[in-house]
Design a protein around this ligand. Structure first.
Ligand code: GDP
Length: 205
């Protein structure tokens, strides 16, 4: 049965690998550079204004945040990366945390959020490779589409495809957290990624 993304609650934050949650429910992991609009995309999907916190000073929270969705799956908000002002120590902490997350990962689908206006960065490419290594289905979301003219969208998508070396079968969706563009498509893909999951896997107390 389809997951109702409108029924979500904050579940927990993990700042160390011991706090990671692997309880058998499907996990959708969301990653993206600081300020790319990851919180806004998540809030848009969950139909909430402020569940994922928008506008926290970038890079301040190196934590993995879990949202339980419809008691059937977790939306996992991975800490943003690539913020220039973050200290070396904080960057290393981020690296270690992500390393251990991806080592243990049993991700149902990965969502990599990039900015449609910019060529993906080296960090975006690294994150893309990590998702590829887990062999989970990956969806690339090109956010802030509303900031481009219609004629600019196709070339921008091409640049993202080239830079991340996406194959034809890999999914790239133009998205606007601001306007809601792409939301239904992303929800459809997340539900599809879950379809192979054993049914009846619902969280019990
Ligand atoms: P995060 O650091 O990746 O979680 O990014 P936020 O969700 O905090 O968003 C960073 C900034 O980009 C905020 O000012 C948002 O309002 C803005 N933003 C996010 N998504 C969009 C979008 O689709 N269109 C536009 N125009 N602005 C957006």
């Amino acid at each position: 049965m389809a997951i109702n993304f409108g029924k979500a609650e904050f579940s927990r934050s993990a700042g160390t690998k011991e706090q990671f949650l692997w309880d058998g429910l499907p996990q959708f992991a969301f990653a993206g550079r600081s300020n790319v609009g990851k919180s806004s995309v998540i809030n848009r999907l969950l139909n909430r204004k402020n569940l994922a916190y928008v506008g926290t000073s970038p890079g301040k929270t190196t934590q993995v945040n879990y949202f339980l969705v419809d008691r059937k799956a977790y939306l996992v908000d991975l800490p943003g990366y690539g913020y220039a002002k973050v200290s070396k120590a904080e960057k290393e902490r981020w690296g270690r945390l992500m390393d251990s997350y991806f080592q243990e990962a049993r991700i149902t689908a990965g969502v990599l959020i990039v900015d449609i206006r910019h060529k993906p960065t080296a960090d975006d490419l690294t994150m893309h490779r990590w998702f590829q290594e887990t062999e989970c289905p990956e969806i690339i979301v090109a956010n802030k589409q509303d900031k481009l003219k219609k004629s600019q969208i196709e070339p921008a998508l091409m640049l993202i495809r080239e830079t991340l070396e996406l194959g034809e079968e890999e999914t790239l969706i133009p998205f606007s957290a601001e306007k809601g563009v792409g939301k239904e498509e992303l929800l459809r893909l997340l539900n599809a990624a879950c379809a192979g999951f054993p049914s009846g896997s619902e969280k019990r107390d």
